[in-house]
Design a protein around this ligand. Sequence first.
Ligand SMILES: C[S@@+](CC[C@H](N)C(=O)[O-])C[C@H]1O[C@@H](n2cnc3c(N)ncnc32)[C@H](O)[C@@H]1O
Length: 325
Amino acid sequence: MAILLDMSRTHVPVLAGELIDLVRPARGETAVDCTFGAGGHARLVAERLGPAGTLVCIDRDPAAEARFEDLARGAPCETRFLRMDYADGLALLRDEGLPADLVYLDLGVSSMQVDARERGFSYSYDAPLDMRMDPSQELDAREIVNDWDERRLAQLFQRFGEDPNARRIAREIVRRRERAPIETTGELVSAIEAALPAAVRRRFGGGHPAKRVFQAVRIAVNEELDSLDRALPLAWELLSADGRLAAIAFHSLEDRRVKRFLAERARGCICPPDFPICVCGREPEAELLTGRALAPTPGEIAQNPRAKSGRLRAARKLGAGEAGP
Ligand SMILES: C[S@@+](CC[C@H](N)C(=O)[O-])C[C@H]1O[C@@H](n2cnc3c(N)ncnc32)[C@H](O)[C@@H]1O
């Protein structure tokens, strides 16, 4: 489905047409948008739910809540906003007994966050080291960069940034902060660049040498992988039969989690292949709606280069008896 996007908005929703085509929000349904952002996906979903439908929107950033107020005014369906971590939001909805027909997550940061220079998400602007999606939380990037010991920093850059130069960079950060604390994104970029000999830096080609470290620090500040691990089972629990779960991931650490989670639910019998009959009795709970993850088309990437690494996966919850013979 081709969807015309309003390019004047600050965050352009990624894989929007593909998401709608896969999860097919229908009139009167209840949907949960776990990552409201600027509401790009939410608007498209709300239009399809119609006046009898309900859209619950979650985001932990107060800037997203301000955007939600625009959507809520004259929204085509019932709306509600929860300003909190989406895993906590899903737990709350579960405790309230909300059955949902559709839950989706569009992971990572919004363009609004990256482009707000003072929030310190971007290596392209010099700003205080912050990177908190929820500005009321205590842990920020400054604390991680200045207080974590060298080994822990190297592990962070390796695990969450998959950076082959993790140890070199951690060593240089610790060397510099012994003289004075690293206060800004510019100082962090300078430490990363100094840690990498020119030959290593050339190997990054078009990519910025600080990209992986910034990703790693941001994931740690916002505990992004913990939230995702907690949220997926809660989202699944919330879905009624025939409900759809979808997630758009922007790096392999997230995408792998989503892929495994959905594959696990779609899996039937787990008996060893040499068993003559099934003794586990396990039946699939899900039908995968995406075999391989969907990626943006070249046209979408040309319009919105930030879409490039987006990967969309989705599954449908099977109803009682649907999986059986
Ligand atoms: C990629 S943006 C979503 C953009 C949105 N789909 C749109 O079309 O405008 C991700 C949003 O999720 C929020 N977010 C990320 N992790 C979160 C979490 N664990 N809990 C709540 N919100 C989260 C961020 O604050 C950000 O606003």
